[in-house]
Design a binder for this molecule. Structure first.
Ligand SMILES: NC(=O)C1=CN([C@@H]2O[C@H](COP(=O)(O)OP(=O)(O)OC[C@H]3O[C@@H](n4cnc5c(N)ncnc54)[C@H](OP(=O)(O)O)[C@@H]3O)[C@@H](O)[C@H]2O)C=CC1
Ligand SMILES: O=C(O)C1=N[C@H](C(=O)O)C[C@H](O)C1
Length: 266
């Protein structure tokens, strides 16, 4: 399977190229960077630190359409939506890790899933996807007596908040408790806010240094607190998950999938 990486010079883009190089049965077919990038024409393997791969970085996805079967996209919401439409129109699968999409942008990905294979997940690591299962179980058992708070920390460069993973964790817990996250979420408390309401799910965000990604969900009541915590120490865990999703997608019909589908966790 030939994979194209868009955002190839980004933090995840370079790690994805390393992961493709390490995996069996897949190869890097194309590497796409921002159209004004000074890296256009450079060798993608050399930029990613894995040695020469004879794949030249391009600034135009349509230029390399014949060179790949699946696109891995960890970029920005607007670009991701355009890429999903491009893949649907050109018979390419797409694996999307981009976070921060609004409801209309998510609907556009579902539309692409009507004609091509799409995996869209805010976190591609096996550990986080297992954690989502644990959270659902914890919420079902603990119920409304326990206050739920989601705390996340990421590196200083991250542009969206809360993280896509934190929001998915909130959705999973809300669903298990029969709540609608849109109605019960409370973001970053400040000032004279009064006491906590029983059914709110709180989100707190830390942005600092080089933190790869940490998520902690509290279930707290009078007398005890349970914390379910995931800490990523390398972006390779996300990149390996994305490559695994690409290989899995090859034998699937058109549709919108997530990592719970890929890992058979549903
Ligand atoms: N699902 C998951 O498991 C994970 C998801 N993420 C998400 O992935 C996304 C990217 O994260 P990260 O790699 O840290 O961010 P980066 O900013 O390092 O990477 C994004 C890259 O996209 C490039 N880009 C922007 N516009 C274009 C364009 N028109 N064509 C081609 N490339 C373009 C940027 O180039 P330039 O810098 O030149 O603008 C940049 O290199 C975020 O939404 C993040 O939350 C991150 C880790 C794991
Ligand atoms: O931007 C990041 O770095 C990450 N983003 C994802 C998110 O928003 O959940 C996943 C991971 O935590 C790293």
């Amino acid at each position: 399977m030939r994979i194209a990486v868009i955002g190839a010079a980004g933090r995840m883009g370079k790690t994805l190229i390393q992961a493709i190089q390490d995996a069996n049965g897949v190869e890097l077919g194309a590497a796409v960077v921002e159209p004004s990038s000074s890296l256009i024409g450079a060798d993608a393997g050399e930029v990613a630190g894995v040695g020469k791969l004879n794949v030249t970085m391009t600034g135009d996805l349509s230029e390399c359409v014949a060179d790949f079967d699946a696109l891995i996209d960890f970029t920005t919401p607007a670009l991701t939506v355009a890429n999903a439409a491009f893949c649907a129109a050109n018979g390419k699968a797409i694996i999307i890790g981009t976070t921060g999409l609004d409801d209309d942008q998510k609907a556009a990905l579902a539309k692409a899933g009507e004609t091509t294979q799409v995996v869209f997940a805010p976190n591609m690591s096996v550990g986080v996807n297992l954690t989502l299962k644990l959270l659902s179980l914890a919420a079902q058992i603990l119920g409304d007596d326990y206050d739920v708070e989601v705390v996340e920390a990421h590196h200083r460069h991250k542009v969206d908040s809360p993280s896509g993973t934190a929001l998915r964790m909130g959705e999973v817990v809300a669903e298990a408790l029969g709540r609608d996250l849109k109605e019960c979420a409370v973001y970053g408390r400040e000032g004279q806010i009064g006491p906590r309401t029983q059914k709110e799910i709180g989100f707190e965000t830390i942005r600092a240094g080089d933190v790869v990604g940490e998520h902690s969900v509290w279930f707290a009541t009078e007398g005890e607190r349970i914390e379910i915590v995931h800490k990523a120490s390398s972006r390779m865990t996300f990149a390996k998950g994305a490559v695994r999703a690409a290989a899995w997608l090859e034998s699937q019909p058109a549709g919108l999938y997530d990592m719970q589908d890929v890992l058979n966790l549903k």
